[in-house]
Design a protein around this ligand. Structure first.
Ligand code: UDP
Length: 477
C-alpha cells in the first residue's frame, strides 16, 4: 500500500461490548491502524467495555486509532436484574443503531469532519449492513466465533428441519430432547458441508430450536439475521486461520460471500513473543507459576461470561483438592461462594485464585500442563499455541462444537466424563492429561503438531498475511 492511499479514509469500528467480542475487534483495528498510518480509525464501544479493555487488553493504541464511548441503552435509573445477563445485551441491541449513529457523528466531528469511508463491525451488529448502505461506504464485519459456527448458522433452517424430522416431525424441545421417543442428538451432521464431525447435540440452542426459539428476544433475532446480511458485505473477516479448517468448509463458506478473509487469531500474536518479566504481572499469576514444576499446573477458566452450575464448581474444587494438582483458577468473585467450606484455606499452598488472569501468557508458561476450559474459541487457540492439552466442559454458544474439534478431530483434549464436572470424573481426567500414560503423551504430540501448523499459517507465506493485505487495501482505498 502506498503511504498516501489512506489519506481521507476514516474507518468506524463498531464493537459488540459483551463477552470476549471487543478484544479481537480492538486488536484487529489496532493492527490495521499500525499498518495504515494515514487512515483514521474510530473505535466505538460502551464506556464500561472500553474501561475493561483498557485495563486488560494491553493494547497500545496507535496514534490514528481513537476510542469513543457510545450509550449502553440502559435507561437512566434502570436497575439491571441480577442473574440475567441477557437483559443488558437486549437493552444495548435495542438502542444500538441510534447509539452508534450518534457515536459516529461525534467521531466525525472530532476528526475535523473526516467522513466515514468504511464500517468495520462485529458481525453480531447486523444493522451495520444497512448503516453502511445508507452511508454509501464499504462494509467489513468481523465474525469472532469459529468458522464452523458460522456455517451452522448459515444452514440453520436445513439443520432445524432435518433435526425436527429425525425427532419424528414434532416440535423440538430444550437441550436435545424431542417429542416422541427418538433422540437423534448423537447423529452427525453429514448433510452439511464441512460439519460431518459435529453432532446435533453440539449445536448452539438457537439453531436446534429454529423459529421456536424465543422470538421476542432481539438477541435471538439478531443471531438469525446474521446469515441474511453477511452476503452483502464487501468482505467477511474471520478470527481464524484458513489452514486450520477443512477444505470443504472453506470452499463452502467462500461460495456464500463476496469475499471472506482469514486474518488469523486476533487475541494472540503468533509466534508468541517471550513472556513479559514476571514481576510486571500485577495479578501475580506469572510469579506464582515460576515457582511450580514444568507442566504440573492445571489452569482453570470459563472465559468472560460462561458459568457452570454451583454444584459443578464444588465438584471441580473437590477434585482439585483430592488430586493435589497445583492449580491456577481465574474465578469471578461472585462464584467463590460456590466453593466448598474451607476450600480456600485448605488449598492456600496448593493453588491460586484470581478474578482475572493474563490468560494468553499463562497458557504459554512452561508450568501449565492442562487447561480446564469451557472451550471458547479464543481460549482453545491460546491453549494450542501454548501447547497445553485441555479438559473440556463446554457451556454455551460454539463451545460444544469447539469441544468436538478438540477431542475428536484434533485429539488434543478430553471432554469431562458425562459432560459435567463430578469429583470422580475430574480426578480421572486430570490423571489422564497430566499423567505419563500414552493418552496424555499422544495429546501433547498432537498439540505440538497443530501449533506448528498455526505458526506456519501465521508466517509470511500463510493465507492470513495475504488476507490481511487484502483487508488493508479494502479499508484504505
Ligand atoms: N481471558 C483472560 N483472562 C481471564 C479469562 C479470560 O485473558 O481470566 C480472555 C481469554 O484469554 C480469551 C477471552 O478472555 O481471549 C475469552 O474468549 P473465549 O472466546 O475463549 O470465551 P468467551 O469469553 O467468549 O466465552
Amino acid at each position: 500500500m502506498s503511504q498516501s492511499s489512506g489519506k481521507n479514509q476514516h474507518v468506524a469500528v463498531l464493537a459488540f461490548p459483551f463477552g470476549c467480542h471487543p478484544w479481537p475487534l480492538l486488536n484487529l483495528a489496532s493492527r490495521l491502524a499500525s499498518a495504515a498510518p494515514d487512515v483514521s480509525f474510530s473505535f466505538l464501544n460502551t464506556a464500561k467495555s472500553n474501561q475493561k479493555l483498557s485495563a486488560t487488553s494491553g493494547v497500545h493504541l496507535p496514534h490514528n486509532l481513537k476510542s469513543y464511548d457510545v450509550a449502553d441503552g440502559v435507561p437512566e435509573g434502570h436497575v439491571l436484574t441480577p442473574g440475567n445477563p441477557l437483559e443488558e445485551v437486549e437493552l444495548f441491541l435495542e438502542a444500538a443503531p441510534e447509539s452508534f449513529r450518534k457515536g459516529i457523528d461525534m467521531a466525525v466531528a472530532e476528526t475535523g469532519q473526516q467522513k466515514i469511508t468504511c464500517i468495520l463491525n462485529d458481525a453480531f451488529l447486523v444493522f451495520g449492513c444497512d448503516m453502511a448502505a445508507d452511508m454509501h461506504v464499504k462494509w467489513a464485519p468481523l465474525y469472532v466465533p469459529a468458522p464452523y459456527d458460522l456455517s451452522a448458522h448459515i444452514y440453520s433452517a436445513l439443520i432445524h428441519e432435518t433435526y425436527a424430522k429425525a425427532c419424528g416431525g414434532g416440535e423440538v424441545h430444550g437441550n436435545g430432547g424431542a417429542v416422541g421417543d427418538l433422540n437423534p442428538i448423537d447423529k452427525t451432521l453429514d448433510a452439511i458441508p464441512g460439519l460431518s464431525a459435529m453432532r446435533f447435540g453440539d449445536l448452539p440452542q438457537e439453531i436446534l430450536q429454529g423459529n421456536h426459539s424465543n422470538s421476542s428476544s432481539i438477541f435471538a433475532r439478531t443471531l438469525r439475521r446474521i446469515w441474511e446480511v453477511l452476503p452483502r458485505a464487501n468482505a467477511v473477516v474471520m478470527n481464524s486461520f484458513q489452514e486450520l479448517n477443512s477444505t470443504i468448509l472453506t470452499d463452502d463458506l467462500k461460495s456464500k460471500f463476496q469475499d471472506i478473509l482469514y486474518v488469523g487469531f486476533l487475541t494472540l500474536i503468533v509466534p508468541t513473543p517471550p513472556l513479559p518479566p514476571s514481576h510486571s504481572d500485577a495479578t501475580g499469576c506469572l510469579p506464582w507459576l515460576d515457582e511450580q514444576k514444568p507442566t504440573s499446573v492445571a489452569y482453570i477458566s470459563f472465559g468472560t461470561v460462561a458459568a457452570v452450575p454451583p454444584h459443578e464448581f464444588a465438584a471441580l474444587a473437590e477434585a482439585l483438592e483430592a488430586s493435589c494438582v497445583p492449580f491456577l483458577w481465574s474465578l469471578r468473585e461472585n462464584f467463590k461462594a460456590f466453593l466448598p467450606n474451607g476450600f480456600l484455606e485448605r488449598t492456600r499452598k496448593q493453588g491460586k485464585i484470581v478474578p482475572w488472569a493474563p490468560q494468553a501468557h499463562v497458557l504459554s508458561h512452561k508450568a501449565v500442563g492442562v487447561y480446564v476450559t469451557h472451550c471458547g474459541y479464543n481460549s482453545v487457540f491460546e491453549s494450542i499455541v501454548g501447547e497445553v492439552p485441555m479438559i473440556c466442559r463446554p457451556i454455551l454458544g460454539d463451545n460444544k462444537m469447539n469441544g468436538r474439534m478438540v477431542e475428536d478431530v484434533w485429539e488434543i483434549g478430553v471432554r469431562v466424563e458425562g459432560g459435567v464436572f463430578t469429583k470422580k470424573g475430574m480426578v480421572k481426567s486430570l490423571e489422564l492429561v497430566l499423567g505419563h500414560g500414552q493418552h496424555g503423551r499422544r495429546m501433547r504430540e498432537k498439540i505440538r503438531d497443530l501449533k506448528e501448523l498455526v505458526v506456519k499459517a501465521a508466517g509470511p507465506d500463510g493465507i492470513a498475511s495475504k488476507d490481511f493485505k487484502t483487508l488493508l487495501e479494502l479499508i484504505s482505498q
